[in-house]
Write a protein that binds this ligand. Structure first.
Ligand code: SF4
Ligand code: SF4
Length: 167
């Protein structure tokens, strides 16, 4: 029996316990905040530190993480959906980076499954482009300046920041 990539990913992420939710502070666009409010997430879950983001608990883990699992999986922020891809913006280019195995044990499995890789890469591209176009530019500047060590550049996507911008 062939095991699906989704099943493999679920097992690996469960064993990992949500490393990527530690000091994650996912950015929250106005649209995402509205979605989260609609699902009952209280404003006290959010904070501003140059940009609006999800709070973390005392140990640095995202407050939406319980026992290594995301409590808002179905509506989680765009950067969480995109993982293990991450991003920055250089001019009008959305640059996608892939985390290294040293910080995400799922990566070698993703690299070994071309269909899963392409599917996740497209989902990351769409979600991150939507996020970039819906964030205030001054917040995007702050997010862009956050270092992303142990990642490799894997794609550069042209993005018309003005034309595509979500009001
Ligand atoms: S995506 Fe990577 S870092 Fe995050 S829980 Fe899964 S294996 Fe761990
Ligand atoms: S919102 Fe969910 S997936 Fe994103 S960092 Fe928090 S617990 Fe992890």
């Amino acid at each position: 029996m062939t095991v699906s990539f989704e099943a493999i990913a679920e097992a690996i992420c469960a064993a990992c316990g949500g490393k990527c939710c530690h000091e994650a502070h996912p950015p929250l666009s106005p649209a995402r905040i509205a979605i989260l409010h609609g699902k009952g997430v209280l404003p006290s879950a959010f904070e501003r530190n140059g940009y609006t983001r999800m709070k973390a608990g005392h140990d640095g883990t995202c407050i939406m993480c319980t026992d290594g699992r995301c409590r808002i999986h179905a509506v989680k922020p765009e950067t969480c959906v995109a993982g293990p891809f991450t991003f920055d913006v250089a001019g009008n280019t959305l640059r996608l980076f892939l985390k290294r195995e040293s910080i995400c044990p799922l990566v070698p499995y993703l690299k070994a499954d071309d269909m899963a890789y392409q599917t996740q890469c497209r989902m990351a591209e769409k979600n991150l482009a939507d996020l970039v176009r819906s964030l205030p530019l001054h917040e995007l500047d702050v997010i862009n300046a956050i270092p992303e060590p142990e990642t490799d550049l894997v794609a550069e996507i042209p993005l018309d920041m003005e034309k595509d911008r979500i009001p």
